[in-house]
Design a protein around this ligand. Structure first.
Ligand code: FRU
Length: 321
C-alpha cells in the first residue's frame, strides 16, 4: 500500500515538473501561438532596461500598440548582452513573428541576426542604434551627428569659444556614441575649446562618475562636462559634487526625458539637455504601414530639441537644420 502511495506521489511530482517546464518554455518563447487574438505579432528586442530612456521607449511602444488590437508586441530585454540579444532575434525568427523591432546594443555583433531575419523575409525596424550594412527594412532615430554638432556649437557659444572641456562618451562601439562624438568635433571646429579629458563611460552613470573622479583628480580647472547622455552627465555632476567642485563647471547631456534630463535642467544640475526622442510611437506607426503592405522610407529621421533654463517652460527649442 505504502509502496503504491509512494509511486503515486513520485508520478505526480514528475508530471508537475514536466508540465511546469513545458509551460515555462512556452512563456519564454513568447510564441505567436500564445492564444493571441491579434492578427500580427511584433517581436521587440530591447538591448537593456537599466536606463530610464529605454524604459520610456518600451512604454511608448506599448502605448502606441494598445490603440491597435490587430497587433501584439512581445518584448524581450537583452540586459545589455549582445549574445542574449542575438538569440532573442533568432527566437523571434524561429517562432515566426510577423515583424521585428530592434534597438541593438552594438552594431557589429547584432548585424548578422538582423540580416538573417531580413533575408528570411521578416521586416525589421532598427530603432535608435544602427546595425552595419543595409539588411533591414527601416531605420528610425534622431540624427546623432547633428545633435553632437549642435552641442558643440552651443558649448562654443556658452564658453565664448574658450575653455577646458571633459567629454564622457557613450559606448563607442554603438553608433550614437560615434556620431555624438564626430558631430561635437565638427561643432567646436574653429573655436579655442580644449578637450582635456575623454573617456568611454559606455552610457552608464556609475562609469561616468568614476571617469569624472579621474578627471577631477588630474585637472584643477574644468569649465564644462559634455556627456553623451543625461545619466552620464548626472554621474559626472555627482563626482564633482562629492569633490565640492560642482559649481565650478557646467554640465551638458543628451536625452532630455521629462522625468530625467528636463528635471536636471529645472534643478540647475544641467545647463542644457538635448532631446533624443525614443521613436517608440513612430516604430509602431511604421510597423503598421509595413504590415498593411505599404512602402516605407529606409530612414526616418526624428527631430530634436534643446532644453535650457531659459526655454524649458516653453517646451524647449527645436534644433535648426
Ligand atoms: C540608453 C541610452 C540613452 C542614449 C541611447 C543611445 O541605453 O544610453 O541614454 O541616448 O541609449 O543609444
Amino acid at each position: 500500500m505504502r509502496k503504491y502511495y509512494l509511486l503515486q506521489v513520485t508520478y505526480a511530482i514528475l508530471l508537475s515538473a514536466v508540465l511546469s517546464i513545458f509551460c515555462a518554455k512556452k512563456e519564454e518563447a513568447g510564441a505567436p501561438e500564445a492564444k493571441s487574438k491579434a492578427r500580427w505579432i511584433i517581436g521587440m528586442s530591447q538591448c537593456n532596461l537599466g536606463e530610464p530612456w529605454r524604459v520610456q521607449m518600451n512604454a511608448d511602444i506599448k502605448k502606441a500598440a494598445e490603440e491597435h488590437p490587430e497587433i501584439e508586441v512581445v518584448f524581450k530585454d537583452a540586459q545589455n548582452d549582445n549574445l542574449r540579444q542575438r538569440s532573442h532575434v533568432e527566437e523571434f525568427v524561429s517562432s515566426g513573428v510577423n515583424l521585428i523591432i530592434i534597438s541593438p546594443k552594438e552594431a557589429a555583433p547584432l548585424t548578422p541576426p538582423v540580416s538573417e531575419a531580413f533575408r528570411h523575409g521578416i521586416p525589421v525596424i532598427v530603432l535608435d542604434r544602427r546595425v552595419l550594412g543595409a539588411d533591414y527594412t527601416c531605420f528610425i532615430g534622431a540624427d546623432n551627428k547633428k545633435i553632437g554638432e549642435a552641442v558643440g556649437r552651443w558649448i562654443a557659444r556658452r564658453l565664448g569659444s574658450q575653455g577646458k572641456v571633459v567629454e564622457l562618451k557613450g559606448l563607442m562601439t554603438s553608433t550614437p556614441g560615434q556620431d555624438r562624438h564626430a558631430g561635437f568635433v565638427e561643432g567646436i571646429r574653429g573655436s579655442q575649446l580644449e578637450v582635456i579629458f575623454e573617456a568611454d563611460m559606455k552610457w552608464l552613470e556609475p562609469n561616468a562618475r568614476q571617469e569624472m573622479e579621474s578627471a577631477l583628480a588630474r585637472f584643477d580647472k574644468i569649465n564644462l562636462v559634455y556627456a553623451h547622455n543625461d545619466p552620464g552627465a548626472h554621474g559626472a555632476w555627482l563626482a564633482a559634487k562629492a569633490a565640492g567642485r560642482e559649481k565650478e563647471m557646467i554640465f551638458v547631456g543628451i536625452d532630455g526625458l521629462p522625468q530625467e534630463g528636463q528635471v536636471y535642467v529645472r534643478q540647475g544640475i544641467l545647463e542644457a539637455s538635448f532631446e533624443y526622442p525614443t521613436g517608440g510611437k513612430e516604430a509602431i506607426e511604421t510597423a503598421l504601414a509595413i504590415l498593411n503592405g505599404q512602402t516605407v522610407p529606409k530612414e526616418l529621421t526624428l527631430p530634436s530639441r534643446v532644453f535650457t533654463a531659459a526655454n524649458i517652460e516653453q517646451g524647449g527649442e527645436l534644433l535648426s537644420e
